[in-house]
Design a protein around this ligand. Sequence first.
Ligand code: SF4
Length: 293
Amino acid sequence: MPSIKIEIDPHSGFCFGVVKAVEAAEIELKNNGALYCLGDIVHNNMEMKRLQNQGLVSINKQDLKTLKSKKILIRAHGEPPSTYLKAKENNHTVIDATCPVVLKLQNRIKKSYLSLKEKNGQVIIYGKSGHAEVVGLLGQTNNEAIIIESINEVSKIDLNKPTHLYAQTTKSIDEFREIATYLTENINKEVEFKSFDTICRQVANRLPRIMLFAQKHDIIVFVGGKKSSNAQMLFNKCLEYNKSSYFVSDVSQLDENWFTPRPQSIGISGATSTPPWLMQQVAAQIEIITKSK
Ligand code: SF4
């Protein structure tokens, strides 16, 4: 009987922003054995556990105020200026692993804010209110930017003011375009309007690729953290294109029944927060399960 083909999606797993942040943490942990990270470095419990075993401690903004003179890692999502200020006040050493893509976006938003301030204009951020990246972006505008979560919230925008539109890096390109088109058509023609598509292609490019990957295999096992919105979005795409798609957070959640009747090929994919070692573990376990089939 021919063996079952098991393929790990070559376009899945950590994006380069997360790779960079995890590497920065590992170097520090290796050299000093202790590091505090503001929020979870990655939305994946298994990877968090691995790093916690090496000495990583997740803290929140309140802890940042009470702790003194610690090494604090800023994760890929970035932080607002107030965080850097608080870290300085409490004599913390900041290890800044803000993703370069996010850092560039923060700087652009800050520039827009300063130039529009003189013209009584407004910065609009299409993003999820309260999301760590958005909090960091909002901080560049003295918390004055207007956040819209979807096209349904465009009524928050004053159509008579000079406007610059930006997007959180992980939002939908299609909806961003819809919002930009709405503003182009409806904003007062006398005022300045500029839109900047700042959606990260590391995420956006995965959608068309995962559709093809999902169709290529009989069964898809998607590996991701329950808290990761990127994992949910990519898994839903898998399901749309392959009804035999299953979500697991670790090997213990694999179910033998998924592999009966015996498939010819199994694809394994994951989110931008899924560590490659975890997908390899899942692949190895599936190989054991399916050997007896
Ligand atoms: S998704 Fe893009 S912007 Fe976000 S951390 Fe990864 S590379 Fe950076």
